[in-house]
Design a protein around this ligand. Structure first.
Ligand code: NAD
Length: 484
């Protein structure tokens, strides 16, 4: 199916697309070309309220559906996504700018998430607690009700489905808000699957963060808010949820360490460090943005990385030859360029990159050069703050304890990796890193079942794992007294 966008996309409420009550819309752009792709309805608080009401109307029947039917329905969604894999891939690339191959991985991941949770719920069981004298508890889990979800622009459809799949699987109805720069793949997903999802189970409100997003997070009738985005906004969402006495899960920023010992498998490590910071143009919460490289290999490894960075073909994600796409918008580009200035002022050595790509088609979009800073110390701002762009900070270390201390000396704790062929050291160092996910001899793999989520300022809660179902449900205990 060739991609043609509608002129305007409505909100998806109660199984139908509908304009915002105000009639207002906002424009959605392609970050590689600057061209307008479509407009989307601009939801305000009253629209969010409509969506929450529609979700509650659907809830009793959805929650009562037997698990086998719900599982099959999730599976049917995954089949539809799989049938439309290339179509959704192109939509994601056009709206987000990422390479087609990156977008394809995202959509394959969506398929996998639905199948994973469809399978998990088939094996769910409650429990029985003997209380003596003929008394016992039956423990079972019940859905929360209507849940709110807010997602960012860097993995528009896959981040949305990391939340939608477990929430639906656990029997909840959903009101979800995509980022205003990238709403299209989620809206088109809804068009594709609306025939199999009962009306009102999934509702989508599009609009600004401070208006539509805050109205959703603060709505008095939601029973949980799940948020993925920046640490600054996450702190606000957590406070709002606390005030309303509802649970929140917060998947936030990161500054992940890739630790390279002298016995690392050179080529694989080199590939992985490049991928870890250049894929998605570095706009990844778990980006391996700090490379800790042992002094014995530091100079040679940095030189090899520099050559790789210089060879990367930056271009439109729709072009199969491109190896790195644009960043999302002019604001993000400015943020990244500011950090380049900061890094230079801090005394780091700019080994390559550091500029916006200019000339010809580059001028229409927001393209950044792959950027590598050498001779970085862990105290520099470019090593402490999330840049969210293709900027790698290379830091030298000499022993294991030192590198563990430096890796952990960060406000964040989302992910990390250790590269060594000494498996004891790999496990020891992975265990000592304060992060929710640490790879040994790999980076950036998140298949369903992996468990993803942060320590410290990277947030709390876990996704892509069967325990996510627990965070979308609550324990019901039924005490039964059978003693005569
Ligand atoms: P952001 O925090 O600006 O926005 C995220 C979402 O929140 C968007 O939908 C936005 O419209 C909405 N929002 C903004 N202000 C809001 C408010 N006051 N109230 C309610 N909603 C509001 O983040 P972003 O720029 O879209 O995404 C980049 C950030 O997301 C990075 O920090 C990145 O690390 C993080 N991220 C984390 C994960 C993870 O799983 N830990 C995954 C992807 C991205």
């Amino acid at each position: 199916m060739a991609v043609t966008f509608k002129e305007t996309y409505g909100l998806f409420i109660g199984g139908e697309f509908t304009p915002a009550l105000s009639g207002e819309t906002f424009d959605v752009f392609n970050p590689a070309t600057g061209e307008k792709l479509a407009a989307a309805a601009k939801a305000e608080a009253a629209d969010v309220d409509r969506a929450v009401k529609a979700a509650w109307s659907a809830f009793p029947q959805w929650a009562a559906m037997n698990v086998r039917d719900r599982s099959e329905l999730l599976w049917a969604i995954s089949d539809i996504v799989e049938e439309n894999l290339e179509y959704l891939t192109e939509i994601e690339t056009l709206n987000n700018g990422k390479l087609l191959r990156e977008a394809r991985c995202d959509i394959e991941d969506v398929v996998d998430q639905f199948r994973y949770f469809a399978s998990c719920i088939r094996s769910g069981e409650g429990s029985y607690v003997d209380q003596g004298d003929g008394n016992f508890n039956i423990l079972k889990r019940e859905p929360l009700g209507v849940v709110g979800q807010i997602v960012p622009w860097n993995y528009p459809l896959s981040m949305a489905c990391w939340k939608i799949a477990p929430a639906m699987a656990a029997g909840n109805c959903i009101v979800i808000k995509p980022a205003s720069s990238t709403p299209l793949s989620l809206l088109i997903f809804a068009e594709l699957v609306q025939s199999v999802i009962p009306a009102g189970v999934l509702n989508i409100v599009t609009g600004g963060g401070g208006s539509c997003g805050e109205a959703l997070a603060a709505h008095p009738d939601i029973r949980k808010i799940a948020f993925t985005g920046s640490t600054a906004v996450g702190a606000k969402i957590g406070a709002i949820a606390g005030g309303n006495i509802i649970p929140s899960t917060l998947e936030l920023g990161g500054k992940s360490a890739q630790i390279l010992f002298p016995d690392c498998q050179w080529d694989r490590a080199l590939d992985s460090v490049c991928e870890g910071i250049l894929s998605n143009a570095g706009q990844i919460c778990s980006a391996g943005s700090r490379a800790f490289i042992h002094a014995d290999i530091y100079d040679e490894f940095v030189q090899a990385l520099t050559e790789r960075f210089q060879a990367v073909k930056v271009g439109n994600g729709m072009d199969d030859e491109s190896e790195m796409g644009p960043v999302i918008d002019s604001h993000q580009l400015e943020v990244i360029l500011d950090y380049v200035t900061i890094g230079k002022a801090e005394g780091a050595r700019l080994a390559t990159g550091g500029n916006r790509k200019c000339g010809g088609d580059f001028d229409k979009g927001y393209f950044m050069e792959p950027t590598l800073f050498a001779d970085v110390t862990n105290q520099m701002r470019i090593a402490q703050e999330e840049i969210f762009g293709p900027v790698l900070a290379c830091i030298r270390f000499t022993d294991e304890k030192e590198v563990i201390d430096m890796a952990n000396d960060s406000p964040y704790g989302l992910a990390g990796s250790v590269w060594t062929q000494d498996i004891n050291r790999g496990i020891r160092v992975a265990g000592a890193i304060g992060a929710g996910l640490v790879w040994i001899n790999a980076f950036g793999l998140y298949p369903a079942g992996t468990s993803f989520g942060g320590y410290k300022k990277s947030g709390y809660g876990r996704e892509a794992h069967k325990t996510t179902l627990d965070s979308y449900s609550q324990m019901k205990s039924i005490f039964v007294a059978t003693a005569e």
